[in-house]
Design a binder for this molecule. Structure first.
Ligand SMILES: Cc1cc2nc3c(=O)[nH]c(=O)nc-3n(C[C@H](O)[C@H](O)[C@H](O)COP(=O)(O)OP(=O)(O)OC[C@H]3O[C@@H](n4cnc5c(N)ncnc54)[C@H](O)[C@@H]3O)c2cc1C
Length: 390
């Protein structure tokens, strides 16, 4: 591993939600963009809520800031002092027990509850559309158990991604392998609730491949434990029911994730190809042979030029693999074979350093939106047989 990469890993974010863009005026005075009724709370409800979770606040500043996420459209509203929809109160539990008891109280009073982690979602899913309680899960944080023999860890849902990975690497010589671009902005609970994908998913899988079990607080205050063991041959998989459920079926209070030994080495290569289709074919053939480099990125000619300034209109493919040298050498041999078959030209592998240095840099979003532009990302998934036509 290079020195630069090690430094990047220690460049930790704040460990609390990062506001996507400054709110015009103040968060306390931000108004709700959504019209229509929202559920409020009375003094009696507040007392009841605080008996289950002491930290329930009606502070207008906290409510305003907690009632938005990184939805690009909502970032344009922020320029006019608006958030999607204000909560009536924000609850900040610090244990699964508090979460469960709070949900039971909300259930009793018919209060809507919206769970939130890092609030880095880009679709407004953590916005308390109907008011009620914004359940800030960032107080449940940290790794609670490491089983190095079985390669699993138990982690609390409010743990921010960068801190989770940093603690795994520096204190346990392990890695989770989940690297969303929003690593410093998002939490483990949010990854699972959103069925997230990371930049190294070709090797490590998506989050659903990593989750082995969950503790989930249900709406009536019961806590359900799912899975926790490697495999089962009975009945439906309740763990996967909650993966991707975006807080609608229950609140994740703990997760057991599969992890891997900290990769001792990595290998890198970069290539340029005449067309995007040639690049797709090269990637397809690499994967078809069973080689799964952690990073396999293909850029079209516009993005290749914007990021790597080749000046020749060609398409860039970046490859990085990490892990046991015996395995990654084999993977990189397959990559080189298929690059030759696709008439790819080798580029300086230092292009990987360029990508690694800015892969979590999200500064452009605020700059562009502040200038009145709306910027968003669309993800497209397709079978190899139809991909070039998408
Ligand atoms: C610049 C940028 C880059 C991004 N890159 C990626 C990427 O590479 N890959 C990717 O997958 N996503 C990416 N995202 C989207 C976002 O970061 C992910 O969806 C992330 O998993 C959300 O986590 P969070 O903690 O911020 O969740 P939040 O935004 O707080 O919540 C998201 C949803 O999860 C629910 N939720 C949160 N915590 C819990 C819990 N404990 N129990 C139950 N439900 C819960 C919320 O109710 C909501 O429905 C990116 C976002 C930004 C802004």
């Amino acid at each position: 591993m290079t020195q630069e990469r090690a430094e990047n890993q220690n460049d930790l974010g704040p460990g609390v939600p990062t506001p996507p863009i400054p709110l015009a005026g103040s968060a306390a005075h931000a108004t709700s963009k959504r019209r229509g009724s929202r559920v409020g709370i009375t003094e009696a409800v507040l007392r009841d809520l605080r008996s289950s979770c002491p930290d329930v606040t009606e502070d207008p500043e906290v409510i305003g800031e907690s009632s938005r996420d990184w939805w690009p459209l909502a970032m344009t509203w922020a320029l006019h002092g608006q958030v999607g929809s204000r909560a009536a109160a924000v609850a900040r539990p610090t244990s699964a027990q508090e979460v469960a008891e709070l949900l039971a109280v909300c259930n009793k009073w018919g209060l809507p509850v919206t769970a939130a982690g890092g609030r880095s979602g880009v679709l407004g899913a953590s916005v308390p559309v109907f008011g009620g309680i914004l359940l800030d899960m960032c107080g449940l944080t940290g790794i609670t158990e490491v089983d190095d023999t079985s390669l699993t860890v138990d982690v609390l849902p409010g743990t921010f991604g960068d801190r989770f990975e940093d603690e795994l690497r520096t204190q346990h010589s392990l890695t989770c392998g989940h690297w969303p671009q929003s690593m410093n902005l998002s939490t483990v609970g949010g990854w699972i609730a959103c069925r997230g994908a990371g930049q190294m998913s070709t090797r490590y899988g998506k989050i659903e491949d990593m989750v082995q079990g969950l503790d989930v607080a249900l709406a009536d205050g019961r806590i359900l434990s799912t899975g926790g063991y490697p495999r089962a041959a009975t009945g439906p998989d309740l763990t996967q029911l909650f993966v991707g459920s975006e807080g609608t079926l229950g609140v994740i209070t703990s997760a057991r994730l599969r992890v891997h030994p900290n990769p001792p080495e990595d290998r890198r290569s970069a290539w340029s190809l005449a067309s995007f289709e040639d690049g797709l074919e090269m990637c397809r053939r690499i994967l078809r042979r069973g080689a799964t480099p952690a990073v396999l990125r293909l850029y079209d000619s516009i993005e290749s030029e914007r990021n790597y300034h080749l000046g020749d209109g060609r398409c860039v493919v970046l490859v990085l693999d990490e892990g046991d040298p015996a395995i990654i050498d084999g993977v990189m041999n397959v990559v080189a074979d298929e690059a030759r078959a696709a008439n790819a030209s080798p580029l300086d592998a230092a292009l990987l350093d360029v990508w690694l240095a800015k892969r979590n840099d999200v500064a452009a979003l605020e700059q562009l939106i502040s200038r009145g532009l709306l910027v968003d990302t669309l993800e497209v998934s397709g079978r190899w047989s139809v991909l070039s036509g998408v």
